[in-house]
Design a protein around this ligand. Structure first.
Ligand code: FAD
Length: 486
């Protein structure tokens, strides 16, 4: 015999898990046999870091895709905007729901907000259940010998892979029973798509679950075969481009790993390439576990002495960096790719971040915020962890004194200039020899290429060797601030 409580609907609270397949909270909700109320609540006020404009662009498309998939199963996505707890309460009143199921978020603000919501609802007899659909392992579950969080990547990855078994794949429900007549916002009214201006013309993505599967299969039959080399060449489409799909939960990380491993087991892809890909997903995981354990990482240097760095306040140079007008072609190409597409190749992310932090001596937090607004894959843990990695202040960071030379980086990773020419068409006729240092080209070469430095393309904002010396000088302040003074 079923009690009344067991017949009451389950609210399925979607957040960064915008998929129907392999969605633990959804599968468990369907298993209850009760009707399901799928809801997405746009709650930009609950976290210190609301979504940036590129993320909102993505969210718009991903929610539309999710809504269509739900409709194909006889259900409907309810959209609400405002404070999460108030909106959930309203929905509970409207539907008589007796439970809220969700896949957990692990970023500090969202995590504590969710805990508060669950606490308040449980006190009123509403069942709240959380699942992990976002990470390979729950933060806090992979600990070192002393029971603390790992601060170094390689032992973390080893322990993670040794201690975690893949979550089993869950199939997409074929039918989802949802009460009819529920009020919902119209997604058009949320105006998430940019219109002042609409910068998204060159954005070449397919947000949503189908787009995630498509990106993965293109990668499995292409880039993965020579991933470890290809991933460093920005002109090649050799990486998976799964990052925004993973961030919004349109695919779970175990499924990406499982399919890559299958390609390895079938002999389609060398095992070493699969391992490299798994390790990169491991960096995502490491970032999330670190941020969960050290929530202050978003604002403060992980190694506190790095907050003594004598950062320069230089709004003009910061603006030139943001707009791709530093005069260093590989840096400018990256910043323009970001501006136009909401994405930047990983190698170039490292180069532009290093340039901002070391050549311009501008605080990494400025760059992190710009990326946060501009990236379709903006992810608090990964963004902060990587910016601190480049700044030398992170947990397992690249040493600060390793300063990327933007000329030789360009020559090495964009030797034929395809990447720079794609994003900086005004340099397209500069020969390869001078492409990454046009200011050193003989005047007749620039004339033949139709480039007037300072007019058609910027002169370098800083001179490499003196900027490098300045950056190394600044490091002395950090050494002096170190607790042991070494
Ligand atoms: P692939 O090479 O195919 O890698 C597969 C997956 O592994 C990625 O989708 C991503 O989820 C994960 N991954 C790969 N490299 C890293 C890494 N270094 N750190 C964490 N996860 C990684 N990635 C984000 O997802 N969001 C960010 O906000 C972000 N900010 C970054 C900022 C800087 C300064 C730098 C240097 C890197 C940043 N990255 C960020 C990491 C990396 O650049 C992107 O994950 C990667 O370029 C995405 O492309 P892909 O999916 O084709 O990667």
């Amino acid at each position: 015999m079923t009690t009344e409580a067991e017949d009451r609907p389950v609210i399925l609270w979607f957040r960064q898990d915008l998929r129907l397949a392999d969605n633990p909270a959804l599968s468990h909700a369907v298993e209850t046999g009760r009707s399901i109320v799928p809801v997405y609540i746009l709650d930009q006020g609950a976290v210190a870091r609301p979504m940036g404009s590129a993320s909102l662009w993505w969210l718009d498309k991903s929610l539309r895709a999710l809504a269509a998939s739900l409709e194909a199963r006889g259900s409907r996505l309810i959209l609400r905007r405002g404070d999460s707890e108030s909106e959930l309460r309203r929905l509970i009143d409207e539907t008589g729901a007796g439970a809220v199921f969700m896949n957990r978020l692990f970023e500090p603000d969202a995590f504590s907000r969710d805990a508060d919501v669950a606490h308040a609802l449980r006190a009123e007899g509403v069942e709240c259940k959380g699942y992990n659909g976002a990470l390979l392992a729950r933060p806090g579950s992979v600990l070192n010998g002393s029971g603390g969080p790992y601060k170094v990547f390689t032992p973390f990855l080893k322990a993670l892979l040794a201690s975690t078994t893949p979550a089993p794949a869950l199939s997409s429900p074929t039918v989802i029973d949802t009460p009819v007549g529920l009020a919902s916002d119209a997604i058009d009214d949320w105006a998430l798509h940019p219109n002042r201006p609409d910068w998204s013309g060159d954005v070449d993505w397919m947000p949503g679950e189908t787009g995630a599967s498509r990106s993965l299969s293109i990668f499995l039959s292409g880039g993965l075969k020579s991933y470890s080399k290809g991933r460093d060449v920005p002109a090649e489409a050799a990486t998976s481009r799964l990052s925004p799909h993973l961030h919004f939960g349109e695919i779970g990380p175990w499924r990406a790993i499982e399919q890559a491993r299958r390609a390895g087991d079938d002999g389609r892809v060398p095992a070493a390439e699969v391992d490299k890909f798994v390790a990169e997903i491991g960096w995502r995981e490491f970032s999330a576990h670190l941020l969960h354990a050290f929530p202050r990482m978003t604002d403060a240097a992980f190694r506190p002495e790095y907050d003594a760095m004598p950062w320069r306040d230089d709004p003009q140079s910061l603006e030139a960096w943001k707009r791709g007008r530093t005069g260093y072609p590989i840096v400018d190409a990256g910043m323009r790719e970001l501006w136009k597409t909401g994405y930047m190749h990983n190698r170039v992310r490292m180069i532009v971040a290093s340039f901002l932090i070391k050549h311009l001596l501008i605080d990494w937090r400025e760059g992190e915020l710009w990326f946060w607004d501009m990236l379709v894959d903006a992810d608090l843990a990964s963004n902060v962890q990587n910016w601190q990695w480049v700044a030398g202040s992170g947990a397992d960071a690249s040493p600060y004194f390793r300063i990327f030379n933007p000329i030789t980086q360009g020559q090495k990773f964009d030797a034929d200039g395809r990447y720079v020419r794609r994003w900086i068409p005004e340099l397209s006729r500069v020969p390869d020899r001078w492409l990454h240092e046009p200011w050193n080209a003989p005047p007749e070469v620039l004339r033949d290429a139709g480039v007037r430095l300072g007019q058609d393309y910027a002169r370098p904002l800083v001179e490499h060797s003196s900027a490098r010396e300045r950056a190394l000088g600044a490091l002395k302040t950090v050494s002096a601030a170190r607790p042991d003074g070494d």
